[in-house]
Design a protein around this ligand. Structure first.
Ligand SMILES: [Fe+2]
Length: 138
């Protein structure tokens, strides 16, 4: 079972974004814990609902901050955020059509963790570096 826990290596050095990432991680962890104790089917709907709402808020906040800083990596960010949002919608459709299954819960859990860790470490972290180079944060 893939699991996630906040650790310093996930910090991008931008407080507001780190705090929002912590929130995402906490809620994904709730799903992981539920899957482990065979409560995945109950938790999956809640997690997906939260992710849809919260990523909308979080991605907008990130993109707004990047735009204000004239960050050159903004287009790639928007592209990845849009891809993730459409994957989420796809998972919700699957959930609505097939109902909550252990397999879906576990698949969603793994996808969310892999995507978020990769996105934070390889893409969001570059925004933190960009701000530090400009002497703006961190
Ligand atoms: Fe991002």
């Amino acid at each position: 079972m893939t699991k996630i826990e906040w650790e310093d290596s996930l910090s991008i050095g931008v407080d507001l974004i780190d705090e929002q990432h912590k929130m995402l991680i906490k809620r994904i962890k709730d799903l992981s814990d539920a899957v482990t104790s065979s409560r995945g089917a109950v938790q999956i709907g809640k997690t997906l609902g939260f992710m849809i709402d919260y990523t909308e808020f979080h991605f907008s906040a990130e993109e707004k901050h990047m735009k204000e800083m004239s960050y050159p990596g903004l287009d790639l960010q928007i592209q990845q955020h849009e891809e993730f949002k459409s994957s989420l919608k796809h998972m919700v459709t699957e959930f609505e059509e097939d109902g909550a299954t252990a397999q879906l819960s576990e698949g969603v859990n793994t996808y969310l963790i892999n995507w978020l860790v990769k996105h934070i470490k390889s893409i969001d972290s570059k925004f933190g570096e960009f701000l530090r180079e400009k002497g703006l944060e961190g």
